[in-house]
Structure formats: structure tokens, C-alpha cells
Design a protein around this ligand. Structure first.
Ligand code: KG4
Ligand code: ZN
Length: 342
């Protein structure tokens, strides 16, 4: 490594956010800019891939320029471009990757492909010194996994979801009740109004299996709503728009259930992984204050440290991509210009 500060431009376009960030290997994060397309997709109750990629194309130039301006650098100062190349929506990923490749080629600098999930897994490191080995619970709209992290290069997935992700369960159940997308924030708000009481005792799934499964929970909530005459299966219509109390009770029971599922999986994992020093909780679902508080208390009881990123680094962002890119640059782990999406 030469003496020059190593400046990494991170680009994230895996789904419905356009992000760019500048990370300096000596001084840390210098800027982090994000455009969220949530308003474009709200009317559809979920992300529409074609709309997502078109919006990525419209925004990427401006977002990258903003990240450079905020960090007070120009492209000529940048030593490497880190970009999410997997996993994600193909059209969205392609916009970021093609943009990154063009910049890397034009500037004759390194290109570093980053796995979006590695970004989430190490997002806590942007603000905290997290000890190895630790357990990382990643919960987002697309993923629910438990990893044992030994180092930046040694990540072992010890559990994943057999079907829906935790965030997806919030989104789908919110949709059942005509609540806006994304479901997580509104479910949290309604749960708070119901004081996080478990009214309906939804099923917690198989207790002795490490893998997650959330589709059964979604079905259980659906059947419970039908039983309460709040949902018509034939017309797929929610019939209780005016019943705020019901929505609060469903949301609250759902959140408490997801908390119990998370704690059960962590307990199981800790039985097997006795050398871990900390637990991290990352991904969009880690924005949830109730879950953070409960998981922090769980870790404390086990004498483990607990880390979770601030909100801006929980949901998709380019800072975490730039950070992982910086670690890869240190190791000389660069990518060829033939890098593809996945
Ligand atoms: O990490 P993220 O921004 O995107 C993916 O990579 O999926 O996560 C988005 C997910 C959505 O499913 C959303 O409902 C959930 O995170 N989410 C929340 C909260 N805020 C966002 N879930 C629970 N509570 C929240 N406060
Ligand atoms: Zn994500």
C-alpha cells in the first residue's frame, strides 16, 4: 500500500435505493448519499423491478457526484470503486455495475465487486469496534440469516430462511391489512400503540431448528383475520379498515412473535457456538427499536456485547459497500472489468 490516503467510492444499486459513499482508509466515512424510491413503489405495495432500474439510471450520476462533493474530493482523488454486484434485482444491479466499471476503466483505478450481504454483515463496523468471532443476525426485506463471523474473510452462514424473510413477513402482513409499504415501520408504530402485548399468540415455528421460516406465520395471521371476519379469502379483501384496535393487536402480536423467533434462534446458535463474543443485528429490520431493545437485553443476560448500526446504515446504503470495498482493497482483493452481476 502506498502512502497516499486510500479513497474508496462505494456504489449501491441492488434494489430500490441509489446510494453512493466515500470512505477513506485513514479517516473513515467521508460521505453517504442515498436516494430512496419508496414513493415510486408505494402505490404497488412492493418493488416493481422495471421502475426500480429506470430510476437507478436517472439518479446514479447525481448521487455519485453528490457523494464526491460532500466528501470534498473529485474522481481523480479516488483510488478504487466498490460496487454491489450481487445479489439483487438484475436491472438495478446492472446500472450500478456498468457505471462503476466505466468509471474504473476511464480513471484506470481498481474495481471491487462487493456482495450486498457482506455489506449488511459488516455495517456495524462503520460505527463500532466489533470483536471476532461474533454472531450476526441479518434481517431485511430479502434476507434472514444468522452468520458466525470469524474475520473479514471467514463468514459462515449457520442459518437462513427456508421461505420468506422477516422483513418480507412484515411487508406481506401489512399488505393484507391495507397498510402502506414497507410494512416494518407501520407495524412497529401500531405495536407501540398496543404496548407490545402478545394478544394472539401466533405460532413460533419449530423451536429446535436453526433455519428461519416466516411464510407459516403469514398464513397463520391470514387465517386468524379470516376467523375474525376481518378478511375475505374469496375477494382477497381486508374488511376491517376502520378497526384500528384490531390492526394494533395484530401488529403487536406479530412483532412479539418475531422477537421470540429471533431470540430462540440466537439461543440455539449460542448453544453450538460457545466462543462468540458479541451479537450484531443488521439489515432494514434492525431499524426496529423494540427488537433492538429486546435483543440487547438478551445479549446482556448472556454476557455478550451487542452492536447494531444506526438507522441510515441498517437499510440499504453505499457506506457499508464502501467499507467492505476498503477491506478488500487492503487485501488486494480486486475484481476484473469482466465482473458480472448475480
Ligand atoms: O435492508 P433493507 O432496506 O432492504 C433489503 O435489503 O431488503 O430492508 C427493508 C426491510 C423491509 O422489509 C422493511 O419492512 C423492513 O426492512 N423494516 C422494518 C423497519 N423498518 C424497515 N422492519 C421492522 N421494523 C422497522 N422499523
Ligand atoms: Zn439490503
Amino acid at each position: 500500500m502506498n502512502d497516499k490516503p486510500r479513497i474508496i467510492l462505494g456504489i449501491e444499486t441492488s434494489c430500490d435505493e441509489t446510494g453512493a459513499a466515500v470512505y477513506n482508509l485513514q479517516d473513515g466515512l467521508q460521505s453517504n448519499v442515498l436516494f430512496s424510491q419508496i414513493d415510486l413503489h408505494k402505490a404497488f405495495g412492493g418493488v416493481i423491478p422495471e421502475i426500480a432500474s429506470r430510476s437507478q439510471l436517472e439518479k446514479i450520476n447525481f448521487i455519485v457526484q453528490q457523494a464526491l462533493d460532500d466528501a470534498n474530493v473529485t474522481l481523480t482523488d479516488v483510488d478504487a470503486i466498490a460496487v454491489t454486484h450481487k445479489p439483487g434485482l438484475p436491472g438495478s444491479l446492472l446500472v450500478g455495475l456498468c457505471f462503476a466499471k466505466s468509471l474504473a476503466w476511464a480513471q484506470q483505478i481498481s474495481l471491487i465487486g462487493v456482495n450486498h450481504l457482506d455489506g449488511h454483515v459488516f455495517s456495524s463496523f462503520l460505527e463500532h469496534d466489533v470483536p471476532f468471532p461474533h454472531l450476526c443476525l441479518t434481517a431485511s426485506g430479502g434476507h434472514s440469516s444468522l452468520y458466525k463471523i470469524h474475520s473479514f474473510t471467514n463468514i459462515i452462514e449457520i442459518a437462513t430462511t427456508q421461505d420468506d424473510a422477516a422483513g418480507e413477513a412484515f411487508d406481506k402482513i401489512a399488505k393484507l391489512m391495507n397498510l402502506p409499504y414497507p410494512g416494518g415501520p407501520v407495524i412497529e408504530q401500531l405495536s407501540q400503540q398496543a404496548n407490545f402485548v402478545d394478544f394472539y399468540n401466533y405460532p413460533r415455528g419449530k423451536k429446535n431448528i436453526l433455519d428461519f421460516s416466516f411464510s407459516g406465520l403469514k398464513t397463520a395471521v391470514l387465517y386468524d383475520l379470516v376467523k375474525k371476519n376481518a378478511y375475505d379469502m374469496q375477494t382477497k379483501t381486508f374488511l376491517a379498515d376502520d378497526n384500528l384496535e384490531l390492526k394494533q393487536q395484530v401488529a403487536s402480536s406479530l412483532l412479539v412473535c418475531v422477537k421470540d423467533i429471533f431470540i430462540n434462534k440466537l439461543s440455539l446458535a449460542l448453544k453450538q457456538q460457545t466462543d462468540v463474543q458479541a451479537i450484531t443485528f443488521v439489515g432494514g429490520v434492525a431499524c426496529n427499536n423494540y427488537l433492538k431493545k429486546e435483543l440487547r437485553a438478551f445479549a446482556k443476560k448472556r454476557n455478550l456485547k451487542f452492536f447494531t448500526p444506526s438507522r441510515q446504515f441498517c437499510t440499504d446504503n453505499a457506506a457499508m459497500i464502501a467499507f467492505v470495498g476498503a477491506q478488500k482493497l487492503k487485501r488486494g482483493d480486486e475484481s476484473p472489468l469482466s465482473l458480472d452481476i448475480f
